[in-house]
Design a protein around this ligand. Structure first.
Ligand code: IMP
Length: 463
């Protein structure tokens, strides 16, 4: 794979399996640098190795490759406390994180952001990681940045940071107590917790503009790793049921401070759809409200497994059972929150929208194996909204909520098995993939047929 730079974006509602694809491409394209440019600890990028599973949140997905420099760009909403937890967990597992750098311009997720998100975010079903309130403060020009915590020589700047926390925190405490009736936060404790956390990564904070320029000139490709997905983009997603950052090509330029000019712009798409939290979801299988009421799985709980009775009900045409089947067979529980994900058929209207807003020129399809054993597969190819058919993504969320999906049906397959190339897949699976490429208008370059690195197929470049 010969590329100068690559962009990897979610082309649905997040959780497409971007972590695995980034990790694979790092090796395949001999990537020298991986950069995260948006989102923060709301993301959950999973990489499964032979000896275990890594769930990354703020740290870029190239971290397991010691020769790759991993950058957290200025567009990321960085939670210093959670970052230190994440680095600590990686170190415990033998990943030293010396190959990590953090932009001094990234905004800090502060405790008041998390409290406000927890208090107000339920309406949208947010992850409660403080992301929305942090980006709000960025736009309102009252945010604190990594450069307020760590000075330009890579040293924790207690005096400056304490001053900024007192200034902004006093006002935030008035907001918490007087407007929301919540308890005030202890600002001294915030200063001590954040400065202690910063001690772990201060030496890795830098102005990344220069670093990126050098890396881009180094001859090894740079990979830009998007978080969340196109349908959660603050401008182009299903607003207001979106996250607060740009999850598209535009967000990449803004979050880095350079022209990313990626020659490979890869959209990662699951072979079916999932969505977490509130918001319209054409093609959804079953009752989303019921799924949303289910609590999050406590950390460490074994994932529930599908049973034969559920399978039988799903195959007999019970849509809710099919939705549950996909959730259990696909282990569709949030990497970050443990929340059960809503499930549905693949939506080509939404996918084409995702491709258009970021000019994506290739696809990686993940979790194709989860569709094993379903005799008839459906793809959403259009919407009918109050009697009118359309293949465009409506801007009004109300229209989308009323959209009746128009389906195309394709025959399924019984089992993908251990295919080592595209041609070894069952003919129906090949036809499914070809049809997706045809309907979306871009070639499929990567197929993931299981969670491990080895369960991946690269398709030859097509003209
Ligand atoms: P926030 O990003 O925490 O503000 O949440 C806003 C919406 O985006 C909610 O519906 C979340 O469930 C969703 N969301 C945020 N990050 C992710 C992600 O990484 N994967 C899937 N959904 C996400």
């Amino acid at each position: 794979m010969k590329v100068r730079s690559l962009l990897v974006l979610g082309a649905q509602y997040g959780d497409e399996g971007k972590g695995k694809i980034v990790d694979l491409l790092v090796e395949r394209a001999q990537v020298g640098t991986v950069v995260r440019f948006n989102g923060g600890a709301n993301a959950g990028h999973t990489i499964v190795l032979e000896d275990g599973r890594f769930a990354l949140h703020q740290v870029p997905s190239g971290i397991l490759h010691p020769q790759v420099l991993n950058l957290i760009g200025a567009g990321v909403a960085l939670d210093p406390i959670r970052l230190v937890d994440e680095i600590g967990e990686l170190r415990r597992r033998g990943v030293d994180c010396q190959n990590l750098r953090i932009s001094d311009r990234a905004h800090l997720v502060m405790p008041w952001h998390r409290v406000l998100d927890g208090h107000l975010g339920a309406r949208l079903g947010t992850t409660s990681r403080g992301i929305g309130p942090c980006y709000e403060d960025r736009a309102a020009r009252v945010g604190l940045r990594v450069g307020d915590l760590v000075d330009s020589r890579g040293r924790v700047d207690l005096e400056h940071f304490a001053e900024r926390v007192r200034e902004v925190g006093a006002w935030k405490n008035r907001l918490l107590t007087r407007v929301h009736g919540l308890d005030p936060l202890d600002l001294d404790q915030i200063v001590s917790e954040c400065t202690e956390a910063a001690g772990t990564f201060a030496g890795q904070v830098a102005d990344l503009c220069g670093v990126l320029e050098e890396r881009a000139a180094s001859g090894h490709p740079v990979l830009y790793e998007g978080a969340q997905g196109a349908l959660l983009d603050v401008d182009w997603g299903t607003y207001p049921y979106v996250t607060s950052s740009s999850c598209s090509l535009g967000g990449c330029a803004v979050g880095l401070g350079m022209d990313p000019a990626p020659d490979l712009r890869l959209g990662v798409v699951k072979a079916y759809s999932t969505r977490v939290g509130e918001g319209p979801f054409p093609g959804e299988l079953g009752d989303g409200a019921r799924v949303r009421q289910h609590g999050a799985l406590p950390p460490g709980t074994p994932l529930p497994q599908p049973d034969p009775a559920l399978r039988q009900a799903a195959l007999a045409g019970d849509e809710e059972a099919m939705g549950r089947w996909l959730r259990l067979a696909g282990a569709e529980f949030g990497t970050t929150t443990g929340r059960p994900r809503r499930t549905g058929w693949l939506d080509l209207v939404a996918l084409r929208h995702a491709l258009r807003i970021s000019g994506l020129n290739a696809l990686a399809i993940t979790k194709l194996d989860v569709l094993d054993g379903i005799p008839t597969l459906r793809i959403v190819v259009g919407y009918e909204i109050r009697g009118r058919q359309t293949t465009s993504m409506p801007s009004r969320v109300r229209d989308l909520a009323e959209a009746r999906p128009l389906y195309e049906e394709l025959p399924g397959w019984s089992c993908l098995g251990a295919a080592t190339c595209f041609e070894e897949l069952p003919s129906q699976a090949q036809a499914y993939v070809r049809r997706l490429a045809e309907l979306s208008g871009v070639p499929v370059r990567v197929l993931s047929i299981g969670s491990r690195r080895s369960q991946s197929l690269f398709l030859p470049e097509q003209d």
